[in-house]
Design a protein around this ligand. Sequence first.
Ligand code: ZN
Length: 240
Amino acid sequence: MRFAIFSDIHSNLHALEAVLEDAQKQSCTNLLCLGDIVGYNAFPSECLSRVRALNCPVVKGNHDEEASILKKTGTFNAFAEIAIEYSRQHLSDEEKEWLRGLRFQRQIRDFTIVHASLDTPQNWNYIFNQLDAIASFNYQHSSVCFIGHTHLPKAYIRDGSVQVRPFDSLQMESGKKYLINVGSVGQPRDGDWRSAYCIYDTDENHLSLRRVEYDLAAAQQAVRNAGLPEKLADRLAIGK
Ligand code: ZN
């Protein structure tokens, strides 16, 4: 089986469409969404409809939670909060209820998916380094777990100690544990503006990171047309 595993779409419909098209061209047989479908960009409802129509497993992200809960937590920074308010206004009650019903983590065959980390997933801890990864590995009972949340594609490999490395192509070995950040579809933050997602070939035990170009100018214009902050359009071009 070939899984296309994608995360952090953040209402960027142009990026989502490009990734789904690429996954099809890459002969992916299964899709998995690691959450943060909404927030930041112009098309929360459209992205949600597109993901729901895929009928694939989805886990909840912190923006999905914040856009759908009844009482705001006030934990977001100013720009994120403006965009989350926009998402709230553009999602129907039924869509919010669907988001509220998402689980934090799921087991897919013999691997795990979660938005942020396995140590208290509902606390939305960020995994930026080996120490953060160790905390999550302590709760990882499967050999492979896929995450998003930081928007930084990276592989954490536990083989006694924990190594961290970027990955384009990774042949997994038995006896090791893998915590894989698949990057972001709709708002990459690793300095590369192109959408990121991961292909997991379970027969070959192989991972590859895909980077996909999308209609950046159209996505930026949509952010401006929606009346969202200019900074949210600008950051798409620099991948920050
Ligand atoms: Zn995110």
